[in-house]
Design a protein around this ligand. Structure first.
Ligand code: ADP
Length: 459
């Protein structure tokens, strides 16, 4: 009893109100090695199951996610802040896609058969063993889901360490799936950096991480001792290039939605906008108009399009970027960021430059930063002037935009649209935005060790 009362807990706060939504016990660091050991033992059986049987377990969990989408979506919104429709949609989407997703992963992991004049080979895609998945709070179900499902399908067991900001929805997700899985196939560690570090340093075989570039570097460093496999999806500083022949209103609408969606807390948010000076005044006014169409408020309020920032630290980080930009000569168009609690009004900045933090570091907030360019070469140079390279978008006449898009140093480039690819495309970052990648046949295979078994052809 005393233990229960004194055991340290992690309180999850509603970012809209500051109220405690609930709590979970923090996993003591000293317990992590034993958890990894149990996951390793469970993996022996799990890997022996067929892909179809593993998929069947997950699909049953997926059905429950769909059935409970309203309830879990509300929990997600209360814990993370995004509009209720998006919270429910996130839960339902993960559940509803499970069947198709597991089928695609199973297809990706089929062995390859190769032969030449002398040799017949089979390339198997075998599990590594235990996978540590460390995930952020901005899509608190779909981020864990995008790592956990391919890892499990491949025959690994998984220990998830969700963000300390959103432990409740992650706990619910793990409980839903675990009800249909053998014990210790999927487990959860709660806590912050110390727990993450212990997991990465423990006896795991592969680490899949989505989060900041700085933490990604630390994880890679820690994993290097054991040459553990690492997949990192890191932040971005995505550019949007608006060419002189763009549909200005369409480009401005996209700029507003992609800068402000999820309060800008998306790894592929538009963080930098470069617009041809010939159309800049018209574009900026259209952007301001579209920004005004997105009401800010608590996620549970039906009219809300933009919820609060996750916490005060993130809010202050965004405000410090705006302050730095204004001090260095940027203009705030229309209303400023006017903070109330964790809420920030969507803000449009013009006259920004690469001297400003807001054009160099990840802002992760509802700020659209517009810089004018004189010609296409300058636009390409500016868009590529960053160590990041996750997504990018180019708006303009289709062929013109495609030709500029091919010259951008990003992993995913949208032409007159956002950066997401067709089903089956990889989710991939270039430069310092990623290390390995996921989704797609090749992405799913990154959760596996290739093993080539060869025989000589009878002569
Ligand atoms: P943010 O704090 O902005 O969500 P981070 O990249 O700092 O993004 O953290 C993402 C996740 O990584 C969180 O779950 C955090 O607890 C965890 N984490 C932080 N530092 C480390 C580390 N050195 N090793 C492993 N995990 C870590």
């Amino acid at each position: 009893m005393t233990d229960i009362i004194t055991a340290p807990v992690l309180h999850s706060l509603n970012p809209a109100t500051g109220e405690v939504v609930g709590s979970v016990p923090i996993t003591p660091v000293r317990e992590i090695p034993a958890m990894i050991q149990r996951a390793r033992e469970a993996q022996r059986e799990w890997r022996r199951m067929s892909l179809e049987d593993r998929a069947a377990c997950l699909v049953r969990g997926g059905k429950v996610l769909v059935e409970r989408a309203d309830e879990l979506g509300r929990l997600l919104t209360r814990e993370m802040g995004k509009p209720l429709r998006e919270g429910v949609g996130e839960v339902r989407g993960c559940g509803a896609w499970m069947e198709e997703e597991t089928r695609d992963i199973a297809a990706a992991l089929q062995p390859d058969h190769l032969e030449d004049e002398r040799t017949i080979s089979t390339v198997f895609h075998d599990p590594y063993g235990v996978c540590a998945a460390i995930t952020p709070w901005n899509f608190p179900i779909s981020m864990p889901h995008s790592l956990v499902i391919p890892a499990l399908m491949a025959g690994n067991t998984v220990i998830l360490k969700p963000s300390e900001e959103t432990p409740l929805i992650a706990q619910a997700y793990v409980e839903v799936l675990s009800a249909f899985l053998p014990s210790d196939v999927l487990s959860i560690v709660h806590g912050a950096d110390e727990q993450g570090k212990a997991l990465v340093a423990g006896d795991v075989d592969i680490i899949a991480f989505t989060g900041s570039r700085e933490t990604g570097k630390k994880i890679l460093g820690s994993a290097s001792g054991g040459l553990k496999r690492v997949i990192l999806e890191l932040g971005g500083k995505d550019p949007l290039v608006v060419l002189h022949d763009a549909d200005i209103d369409k480009a401005a609408r996209f700029a507003a939605l992609n800068s402000f969606r999820n309060a800008g807390q998306v790894c592929v948010s538009t963080e930098r906008i470069y617009v041809d000076e010939r159309i800049a005044p018209e574009f900026e006014q259209a952007l301001l108009r579209h920004a005004g169409e997105l009401p800010v408020g608590a996620g549970e309020d039906e009219s809300t399009r933009i919820g609060p920032m996750i916490n005060l630290r993130q809010r202050d980080h965004v405000l410090s970027h705006v302050d730095d930009a204004v001090k260095k000569g940027a203009h705030v168009l229309g209303q400023g960021p006017s903070a109330q609690g964790n809420f920030l009004q969507p803000t449009v900045l013009t006259g920004v430059s690469h001297e400003m933090d807001i054009m160099r570091e990840e802002t992760f907030g509802p700020v659209a930063c517009v810089m004018r360019f004189r010609n296409d070469d300058e636009a390409i140079a500016l868009a590529n002037d960053t160590p990041f390279g996750l997504g990018a978008a180019v708006f303009g006449e289709e062929e013109h935009a495609a030709q500029i898009g091919r010259q951008l140093d990003a992993g995913m480039i949208g032409i007159n649209k956002g950066c997401g690819g067709a089903a089956g495309s990889p989710w991939v970052g270039a430069k310092q935005s990623g290390y390995g990648y996921h989704s797609s046949r090749e992405g799913h295979r990154q959760f596996t060790q290739a093993r080539v078994v060869s025989r000589s052809k009878p002569s």
